[in-house]
Design a protein around this ligand. Structure first.
Ligand code: T4K
Length: 413
């Protein structure tokens, strides 16, 4: 527990953690089960292309979600690209800017223009009431993102999609094992896309999947992820290589066995953070609708600098010096990254909620590698920082000025 400003690592004190505490540390299941599966892969010499583990992984995911089809892929981005192509999207597609860049890139990569829509001020997911103003004759679809595992307003989006004859897809990368009105994510829209990247709640090292209840679409996606082959020597679609390998499926199956344990740890950490952040001025923990099924994978703070008297970026910098790698997910918004910021330099004017939020969010470490004592230490530190906000800012400012003067004098000598 720090007692004075000079004990903060940013001012030369000893960091709170001797090793970096990362956000996004993978949840790891039973090692022996993974090793057994890997041995079996090596014994059978079936490494990829419709192996038994991929098949089992797909079946288990579909069963778990109560959906008809799961098509496993090499990662979430390729899964998005294939879902978009198979669903026949073209022209313009409406997406939130407040998401990981892959949501927008998976469209642009196929020369489909992502049209950025603002988010709702409460849910931080795409705001259905802003969509119709963005529809043009070129619009073919909407992609909602269940950000941080908190579902979009699926009913609102479905109404607009039906009314305007648009295809509705969901980027459900964060939302495996989450529900909406009691129904598992994976069952909405034309299809939903998951990521099983190392940093995700459920990981298969790298991986992703398209989940759908549409038989025809599933068939098409299966062909497209395998170069368009419909049997030996017969290609019927343009396709790519989106296949998941056996070793990734082995990891995915191993992770699936431990889903309840992962949730229990995440939930515990979430409640611990929630308890600790009560009453810290200007620091709000983003909460979940606890009547739903949740994976609790993300601990996200909103920093209101007018109250906290320290900016999100200053807090992030101070925590980094303490070896706590908090991340500004998803700063600065897709519209402020290339190529979109060159294509649409004024997009921010239509995205006031996004513009506000990107400067406030800070994600903190959680997951099975983060212990109760770690959470306590992080919260103590943040409490201390906020309590001394103005003094810390001043000291940081003086330090910056000192460094500038030093750098200038070194340049002159
Ligand atoms: N849509 C959404 C909404 C997404 O969030 C994502 C991915 C996608 C689509 C695309 O799905 P994939 O194609 O990735 O399956 C990370 C992930 O790479 C990315 O998967 C994820 N979203 C995004 C939110 O986060 P970075 O650039 O922040 O990753 P990186 O390398 O900085 O890692 C984050 C932290 O995780 C590090 O501090 C260290 C830790 N880490 C990471 C890896 C890979 C580990 O401890 N071990 C590891 O193996 O993007």
């Amino acid at each position: 527990m720090k007692k004075s400003l000079s004990e903060l690592a940013i001012f030369g004190g000893t960091p709170a953690f001797s090793e970096t505490l990362h956000i996004g540390r993978p949840n790891i299941g039973n090692r022996q089960h993974l090793f057994d599966r890997i041995n079996s892969i090596l014994d059978t010499r079936w490494l990829t292309n419709y192996g038994p583990f991929v098949e089992e992984f797909e079946q288990q995911i579909a069963e778990n979600l109560g959906a008809k089809h799961c098509i496993a892929m090499c990662n979430g981005t390729i899964a998005l690209e294939i879902a978009i192509r198979a669903a026949g999207l073209s022209g313009e597609v409406i997406v939130p800017s407040f998401t990981f860049i892959a949501t927008a890139h998976s469209l642009q990569w196929q020369e489909i223009t992502p049209v950025f829509c603002d988010i709702d001020a409460e849910t931080f997911t795409i705001d259905p009431s802003k969509i119709e103003a963005l529809i043009t004759p070129r619009t073919t679809g909407i992609i909602g993102v269940h950000l941080w595992g908190r579902p979009c307003d699926i009913d609102g989006l479905t109404d607009i999609a039906v009314k305007n004859n648009l295809t509705l897809l969901f980027d459900a990368s964060h939302a495996f094992e989450c529900s909406y009105h009691g129904k598992m994510i994976g069952n909405f829209g034309t299809a939903e896309v998951f990521s099983f990247h190392a940093t995700k709640f459920l990981n298969s090292f790298e991986g992703g999947a398209v989940v759908t209840n549409d038989d025809e679409l599933a068939k098409k996606i299966r062909l497209m992820k395998n170069f368009g082959f419909a049997g030996y020597d017969n290609v019927i679609y343009i396709g790519t290589n989106g296949k998941m390998t056996e070793i990734c499926a082995a990891m995915g199956l191993t992770s699936l066995e431990s889903v309840n344990d992962f949730i229990a740890v995440n939930r515990f950490n979430y409640y611990k953070y929630k308890e600790q952040f009560k009453g810290i001025k200007g620091v709000d923990l983003l909460t979940y609708d606890e009547s739903e099924k949740l994976n609790f994978q993300y601990i996200t703070l909103l920093i209101d600098e007018t109250v906290s008297r320290i900016t999100r970026d200053e807090l992030c910098q101070i925590l980094k010096a303490e070896n706590i790698l908090a991340r500004r997910y998803f700063y600065p918004g897709c519209h402020r990254m290339e190529p979109y910021r060159s294509y649409f330099p004024h997009a921010g004017l239509l995205l006031p909620q996004t513009e506000k939020l990107v400067d406030q969010v800070l994600s903190l470490p959680t997951g099975t590698s983060v212990k109760e004592a770690d959470v306590d230490k992080i919260c103590d530190l943040i409490r201390f920082i906020i309590a001394h906000g103005p003094a810390i800012r001043k000291k940081m400012h003086n330090k910056r000025q000192g460094n500038t003067i030093l750098a200038c004098s070194q340049t002159l000598t």
